[in-house]
Design a protein around this ligand. Structure first.
Ligand SMILES: [Zn+2]
Length: 295
């Protein structure tokens, strides 16, 4: 059923996000500022931009790269990997948090450059193959060079390389195949659980009567339940703002003895906060629907 209230609710979002190809959009540009790459913990390195993340996980048998950023982030990632002392051609596996323009836009180029295998969930592999077109909410507006996954990941599937094991947890909602990754790292004789959150944000989505994504609400709820159960010492994610990247970079520079990225409470707080936001948006849309019905 057509819902004017819903349309009014999401209209400002569309206006904000139109015409975003290249780095014409000021918000997108601000997310893509260069950052000095650094080692986060164990064999996990930061190779991304100021807010759009990219993680390099190194092993003796080659490396895994999680997320490409925008198409415009690729030159930074290339420079960062080299500055960290690694070689681009040693990246053997590419993985993705979710198939949106700002996290998957550069995957085609990175795949070409590295000849790495791209692994993705079924639903997001379809979005990657479409270059972001046909997204349930953005339609064709946030498109990028399409890229084909070499392997489809099932829920809880392990990706292994050179003694490192990453686990793919399907956490749909933000995209239908949004994936949260976990791994264990060893650092200074201690073992830590690392979580790379796909995304829990609800950027102007139609949550009620969404014909393009009928299960959206159930998926978000299940994703929150799932994320709350993951053991998390080191909290990372697809946007720096999720886990306080900029603040933690400063803290790391001030006191390298205490790793600020070890932040189990930050992870719990993030989930509490974003679940509250999701529920508030759901409630608001339910209210709007009732108002519309009465009018
Ligand atoms: Zn996204």
């Amino acid at each position: 059923m057509f819902c004017l209230a819903c349309l009014l609710f999401i209209a400002p979002f569309f206006i904000q996000w139109r015409n975003v190809s290249g780095q014409a959009d000021e918000t997108f540009r601000s997310w893509n500022q260069p950052v000095k790459p650094f080692r986060i913990i164990g064999n996990v390195y930061y190779a991304g931009a100021s807010d759009i993340t990219s993680f390099l996980i190194t092993t003796p048998e080659g490396h895994i790269l999680l997320d490409s950023g925008f198409p415009e982030t690729v030159p930074q990632i290339k420079r960062n990997i080299i500055a960290l002392g690694f070689r681009l051609e040693d990246v053997k596996i590419l993985i993705n948090s979710h198939a949106h323009y700002d996290h998957a836009g550069g995957l085609a180029e990175l795949k070409e450059l590295t000849k790495a295998k791209l692994l993705a969930s079924e639903a997001d592999a379809a979005l990657l193959a479409n270059g972001g077109k046909g997204d349930f909410s953005f339609g064709d507006r946030l498109s990028y060079t399409s890229v084909k996954a070499d392997q489809i990941l099932r829920d809880s599937e392990n990706v292994k390389l050179g003694g490192t094991v990453l686990t793919a947890h399907l956490t749909p909602g933000h995209t239908k195949g949004c994936t949260t990754w976990t791994m264990k790292v060893s650092d200074n004789g201690k073992i830590y659980n690392v979580v790379f959150v796909g995304s829990t944000s609800v950027p102007g989505y139609k949550l009620i009567d969404n014909a393009e994504y009928p299960n959206i609400v159930a998926d978000y709820k299940q994703t929150f339940r799932r994320l709350k159960k993951l053991p998390a010492d080191v909290f990372l994610g697809s946007h720096g703002i999720f886990f306080g990247l900029q603040e933690k970079i400063k803290l790391l520079a001030q006191n390298s003895d205490q790793n600020p990225f070890v932040d189990p409470n930050g992870y719990k707080d993030f989930l509490k906060r974003t679940e509250k936001e999701f529920r508030a948006k759901l409630k608001e849309q339910q209210k709007q629907k009732k108002l519309y019905r009465k009018s």
